[in-house]
Design a protein around this ligand. Sequence first.
Ligand code: GTP
Length: 251
Amino acid sequence: MQATEPSHPVPTAENLKYKRVMLKMSGEVLMGANEYGLDPATVARVADDIKAVVDLGVEVCVVVGAGNIFRGVSGAAQGMDRTTADYMGMLGIVINALALQNALEAKGVHTRVQSAIRMDSICEPYIRRKAMRHMEKGRVVIFAAGTGNPYFTTDTAATLRASEMDCEAIFKGTKVDGVYSADPQKDPDAKHFDTISYIDVLTKDLRVMDATAISLARENDIPIVVFSVREPGNFSKVIQGQGKFTTVNSN
Ligand code: GTP
């Protein structure tokens, strides 16, 4: 059942740096401690985290990956045709998007799912102006099915949609609390960056996002905020400038 719409617009938080943001999460976040699939308690916890940010008056859109269901790249590695494997990954994203929509609506957050590949019985097709309108009305828009094209990652889809939606920042939720000079789990001397430039991320091959996504963010001057989504409530903290995170920008 859809949550009842508020009769008044969501207030805009005046003191926040970013008022419209894209949240990008890998599908693995939604599997919790499981090895694959969806963990309902984790999906509900992620929905709480998003709700906390919506309650601050921030307009939020979301792109989730599908690595908890199917990874196109590993399907291709196992001999599957890459294009088919990528389309299977895009269908996995739709499953995650519907799970997240369900969890958010259960908490009274208004949402719309828009898919890059038409499946009108399940969700809306991607229509930029409609998505903008939803966000202006305080609805969380979940963009599903990536860009609708094989060979593009969900990081690229998130950056593309963030550019189209005029988002002021991309919040990339990961397992770690920012960008390090080396893998912090393997190298105790790994240095945490508070900020780092797009160019340094590319030239040092720091793997924040793939090169296509970083280049698109750079071209459109959208900062990427890398933070840990594993800690409950962290999205709301980081968007208020608290805690540990890394901002990738033009410096
Ligand atoms: P506003 O009229 O701007 O407030 O937006 P709205 O989304 O409430 O209006 P609309 O009448 O377009 O949508 C009503 C409901 O139908 C929403 O839950 C939409 O997500 C859903 N909906 C709209 N278009 C489609 C579609 O093509 N496919 C599916 N499955 N649902 C749709």
